[in-house]
Design a protein around this ligand. Structure first.
Ligand code: COS
Length: 382
C-alpha cells in the first residue's frame, strides 16, 4: 500500500496546474458568459499535448496512466469544468472505443490524428434513450462494404468541433442491447449534420449538440468491435469515462473549497471572521473530508483500470460519491458566501451551475447506484 504519487504523476499534475492557472483561469468567466471557447486556447492546449493525454506514445500521445490522467482532469476542472469536459470526452469515451475495439487499420489511421488534436465525440444518447441506453433507435443497415446510418443523437459534447464521432446504432427490427453496433464516423461524411447547439445551465464553455444522421455511409472497416457488440463497447467506454467525471467533480469541489476558505477568512460577522466560527468550520470539515474520500475512491478506480482489473463497480462508486460530494461542496460554499454566492461577481455561482451535470452525464447517480447494486448482488463484495 503506497499513497505517494510517482514523479511522473506529480509532474503532470503540477504542469497542468501551472498551465490552467496561466491560460485557462483568466478566460473562465468570459467563456461562461459568452458560451464560447476561444480557438486560441484550444490551439495552446493542442500544443501542450492535452488532446493526447490517454493516447499511446506510438500514436503520438502522452500515454498517461489513468491516475496521471485523473490528476490532470482535476486540475483542469478546478479552473474551468467546461474546458475540462472537452478534454475528457476526447480522451475517454471518444478514445476508448477506438483504441480498445478498433482494428489495426482504424487505429493506425485515426489515433495519430486524434492524439494530435483532431477532436473526438461520443454519440450514444437519443431523444428517447438516455439512462436506458439499450433503447436507442438509430439504425445501421449493412450495404456491401458499408453501413448506412440514420437517426438522431443528443447531448453530444464537442459536437461543433469534433472531426470524429463514435456512434452507436442498431440493425433495424432488433431490440434491447443485442443488434447494436459501434462505428467511428468522420465529420465530413455526407448526411452527418449538427442540428442544434444546446443553451445550457453550466459548462457553457463547452459545446453540446444534437447530431442528425441521414443516410450516413460508413466503411465496414470503421466498425468498432464485432457486429452486435456495440453496447458492450459503449459500456466499457463509460466505465473509464466515469472515472474522469469523478475527477472532474473533485476538481470543481476543490475550487469551491478554496473559495469558501478565502471568503470565510476575509468576511467578518459577529465581531470575528467567519473562519473563526464553529458553524463555518463544521461545513469546511465536511467539505474537505468528503472531497478527500472522493479522491481516494477515484484513485482506486483508476488504479484498477491501470492494473487491467474489473473496475465497473468501483468507477460507478467513484462517480456517484464524487459528484454528490462536489454538489454538496458547491452548495455549502455558496451558503458560506451568502448573497455574494448568488451573483456572478464571485466564481461560486459558476461552480454551482457547472457541478450539477456531473450527477447526470455518463450515467446519472441513479444509474451508478443500479450498477453498484447489481454487481454487489451478483457477489462482488469488497
Ligand atoms: N462492461 C462490459 N459489458 C457490460 C457492462 C460493462 N460495464 N455493463 C453491461 N454490459 C453487458 C452485459 O454483460 C450484457 O451483455 P451479455 O448479455 O452479453 O452478458 C449487456 O451489456 C447488457 O447488460 P445489462 O443487462 O446490464 O443492460 P441494461 O440494458 O440493463 O443497462 C445500464 C445497463 C443501465 C447500466 C446501462 O444502460 C447504462 O449504463 N445506462 C446509462 C447510460 C449512460 O451512461 N448514458 C450517458 C451517456 S454520456 S451523455
Amino acid at each position: 500500500m503506497d499513497f505517494e504519487l510517482s514523479e511522473n504523476q506529480r509532474m503532470m499534475r503540477d504542469m497542468t496546474k501551472d498551465f490552467a492557472a496561466r491560460e485557462i483561469a483568466p478566460l473562465a468567466h468570459e467563456m461562461d458568459v459568452n458560451g464560447e471557447m476561444p480557438e486560441a486556447l484550444i490551439a495552446k492546449m493542442r500544443e501542450a499535448g492535452f488532446f493526447g493525454l490517454s493516447y499511446p506514445e506510438e500514436f503520438g500521445g502522452l500515454g498517461l496512466d489513468t491516475i496521471s490522467y485523473g490528476l490532470v482532469v482535476e486540475e483542469l476542472a478546478r479552473q474551468s469544468a467546461g474546458v475540462c469536459i472537452m478534454i475528457t470526452v476526447h480522451n475517454s469515451v471518444g478514445y476508448y472505443p477506438v483504441a480498445g475495439f478498433g482494428n489495426d487499420e482504424v487505429k493506425a489511421k485515426y489515433l495519430p490524428r486524434m492524439a494530435a488534436g483532431k477532436i473526438a465525440a461520443f454519440c450514444v444518447s437519443e431523444p428517447g434513450a438516455g439512462s436506458d441506453a439499450a433503447a436507442l433507435q438509430s439504425t445501421a443497415r449493412r450495404d456491401g462494404d458499408h453501413w448506412i446510418l440514420d437517426g438522431s443523437k443528443v447531448w453530444v459534447t464537442n459536437g461543433t468541433r469534433a472531426q470524429f464521432f463514435v456512434i452507436l446504432a442498431r440493425t433495424p427490427g432488433t431490440e434491447g442491447h443485442r443488434g447494436i453496433h459501434a462505428f467511428l464516423v468522420e465529420r465530413d461524411t455526407p448526411g452527418l449534420e449538427v442540428a442544434k447547439k444546446e443553451d445550457k445551465l453550466g459548462l457553457r464553455a463547452s459545446d453540446t449538440v444534437v447530431i442528425s444522421l441521414d443516410g450516413v455511409r460508413v466503411p465496414h472497416a470503421n466498425l468498432l468491435g464485432e457486429e452486435d457488440h456495440g453496447f458492450r463497447v459503449a459500456m466499457t467506454a463509460l466505465d473509464g469515462g466515469r472515472i474522469g467525471v469523478a475527477f472532474q467533480a473533485i476538481g470543481i469541489g476543490r475550487a469551491c473549497l478554496v473559495e469558501a476558505l478565502k471568503y470565510s477568512r476575509e468576511r467578518q460577522a459577529f465581531g470575528t471572521s467567519l473562519s473563526n466560527q464553529p458553524v463555518i468550520q463544521h461545513k469546511i470539515a465536511d467539505m474537505v473530508t468528503e472531497l478527500d474520500a472522493a479522491r481516494l475512491l477515484a484513485l482506486r478506480a483508476a488504479w484498477l483500470k491501470d492494473a487491467g482489473m474489473s473496475h465497473t463497480r468501483e468507477a460507478a462508486m467513484a462517480k456517484l460519491f464524487a459528484t454528490e460530494a462536489a454538489g454538496r461542496a458547491a452548495d455549502e460554499a455558496l451558503q458560506i458566501h451568502g448573497g455574494y454566492g448568488y451573483v456572478k461577481e464571485y466564481p461560486i455561482e459558476r461552480y454551482y451551475r457547472d457541478v450539477r451535470v456531473t450527477r447526470i452525464y455518463e450515467g446519472t447517480s441513479e444509474i451508478q447506484r443500479l450498477v453498484i447494486a447489481r454487481q454487489t448482488l451478483a457477489g462482488k463484495i469488497s
